[in-house]
Design a protein around this ligand. Structure first.
Ligand code: NDP
Length: 529
């Protein structure tokens, strides 16, 4: 993954410098004084329309949006403020939402603004076609390595590679049965008519806040099972077999998804997973939101079996720790890891609606990458810290507990506040509570926040997430690198994700995005990165 991130970073750097040069050229042209009469504006628009026709012919719709962005600014009401409205919106008096602008555009303009999403092929990600083969082999091998390594008495790097068990050790019909049962149970909860339909979720015909109900019902079911004498430490003793069974389910699901995507209509395909290369499209996901009737497969897998399974596994590890170490209660370290990660999952499920605006839901197709991530990667690698603590106790003093809890709360605060701010803004840009925030309008009709949390760094939510990740690793101490794996992996993931999001936003918003990047210079950590 590091290689992919490096490649992405290099490509990003090169393209951004080229784009900067182009932007500079266009700025120089645009900053020449324009007559401010209505007629002149109309002329500008006519000229602009001709340009658009030409560009349409050339199939270069991304540039069209950039041009439109510039034109929108030139004819905008706020010429005294330069290209973008960087004032607090409440100072505008009525705090008019910029998002109303597309309604003022003609039908033709609106179509052009929407065009890129339908017609542009996005550049290949993750090392392209060769990269797809690599990830298809590497990701399962990496999970296997982690699961075997954490099971060692001394999981240090000096004991690399861990001994490979015999092939039969991977297979356990009962483990496969439990995995299928768990997924079916979650599917049953998913189809229950619980929750509300929100404006955003209408597109997916999704009931929102039902995932939170699912975690509540699942907890009750697990408590009842434990009460009835079900030994959940089975999850600890059969971790390898459960991982293998989940992997099998993820592979079968991915094959099904790829086959059905071949019959999907063009508008249902994901931009990113439509390269025409079988391995790449299988990996990246060809169909955007595959559904069986009302059942949205991607939404279900993203929110339910893996995420709730993560908490179940952590809980089982706490029981296994008590059993293995003869404790009456789990250790402080285990309690912290359990509570921190439970908070993370419950928060995600409580704010379920937010996932409807994430990259996974909006842009990535549903293929092996997400199926494997949801069903194998999240439940079986995010639980490594709890697994590690079962046989590697780490005593924490009360001041250490207090310091780690504080770190977690600070991270959570930044994460939640920044995500909520953006979600609230996307839901209702004219929300009076957000009128103090400065914005940059874009040609798509959406605006970009340029103050508040999103004015500190370009991804404040990633910053909060990273602080929380640090708080998850600290309870495991410093004896081994393994429990720090999540932290290291997460830095790589978020740096790469930030790069992907940057190029996606640049494609969507053109010069408005470049303006945002110039105003908010740092990506994740203020003054550092
Ligand atoms: P974000 O929630 O950061 O969404 C990025 C999108 O937000 C952009 O594409 C753009 O979309 C919009 N946006 C960007 N900048 C601005 C701005 N200044 N003003 C308004 N809108 C803006 O991305 P992710 O989906 O990557 O992350 C969601 C959350 O999930 C994060 O908190 C992240 O930390 C977490 N996460 C956790 C993972 C884990 O494994 N634990 C993995 C991945 C993510 P548009 O303009 O189209 O609305």
């Amino acid at each position: 993954m590091a290689a992919a991130v490096t490649t992405a970073a290099i490509t990003d750097g090169v393209t951004s410098s080229r784009k900067d040069t182009r932007l500079k050229d266009s700025l120089e042209i645009r900053l020449s004084p324009l007559p401010q009469t209505k007629a002149a504006e109309n002329n500008g628009n006519n000229k602009h329309e001709k340009k658009e026709e030409k560009q349409k012919d050339e199939n270069n719709t991304a540039n069209t949006v950039n041009e439109k962005s510039e034109a929108a600014v030139e004819v905008g009401p706020d010429k005294t403020q330069g290209r973008y409205n960087l004032r607090r919106r409440k100072d505008d008096g009525d705090a008019k939402p910029v998002e109303t602008k597309p309604k003022q555009l003609g039908e033709k303009d609106a179509k052009l603004a929407a065009a890129p999403a339908a017609s542009l092929a996005t550049p290949l990600d993750f090392g392209g076609k060769i990269g797809a083969y690599f990830w298809l082999l590497f990701l399962p091998a990496w999970v296997l390595f982690l699961v075997l390594q954490v099971n060692l008495e001394d999981p240090s790097l000096t004991n690399f590679p861990p001994p490979l068990p015999a092939l039969e050790a991977f297979w356990d019909a009962q483990a496969l049965g439990f995995v299928i049962l768990w997924i079916l149970f979650q599917a049953l909860l998913y189809i229950l008519p619980v929750g509300k339909v929100s404006e955003k979720s209408l597109e997916l015909n999704k009931l929102i806040n039902a995932s939170f109900c699912a975690v509540a019902v699942s907890s009750l079911a697990v408590a009842a099972a434990v009460h009835q004498g079900v030994d959940l430490t089975y999850i600890h003793s059969h971790f390898l077999q459960l991982t293998a069974a989940s992997f099998l389910v993820a592979v079968l699901l991915s094959v099904y998804l790829y086959v059905r995507s071949q019959y999907a209509a063009g508008e249902q395909l994901a931009l990113g997973g439509s390269s025409g290369n079988v391995a790449y499209d299988f990996f990246k996901g060809h169909e955007l939101n595959p559904r069986i009737k009302e059942f949205d497969l991607k939404f279900f897998c993203e929110m339910r079996p893996g995420l709730i399974g993560w908490c179940l596994i952590n809980f089982a590890m706490a029981l296994a720790e008590m059993k293995q170490q003869g404790l009456d209660a789990p250790s402080y370290s285990m309690i912290l890891v359990n509570l921190f990660q439970l908070l993370y999952v419950v928060d995600g499920l409580w704010n379920e609606e937010a996932i409807l605006t994430t990259m996974d839901l909006m842009h990535d197709g549903f293929g092996f990458m997400l199926a494997f991530g949801d069903l194998v990667w999240v439940p079986f690698t995010y639980t490594l810290q709890a697994y590690y603590l079962v046989s590697h106790p780490n005593h924490l003093s009360l001041p250490a507990v207090a310091a780690i809890v504080t770190l977690k709360l600070v991270g959570f605060y930044i994460f939640r506040k920044s995500n909520s701010e953006k979600n609230a803004f996307r839901r209702n840009p004219s929300d009076p509570k957000l009128s103090h925030l400065q914005i940059i309008p874009t040609a798509t009709g959406k605006s970009l926040l340029v103050s508040g949390w999103w004015g500190v760094v370009r991804h404040p939510n990633y910053l909060g997430d990273l602080l929380m990740a640090l708080a998850w690793s600290l309870p495991c101490g410093f004896s081994h690198l393994l429990p720090w794996y999540y932290m290291i992996y997460f830095i790589i993931l978020l740096v790469h994700r930030d790069a992907r999001d940057m190029s996606e936003c640049r494609r969507k918003y053109g010069s408005a995005w470049d303006e945002y990047c110039r105003t908010v210079r740092y990506r994740i950590i203020p003054r550092v990165y």
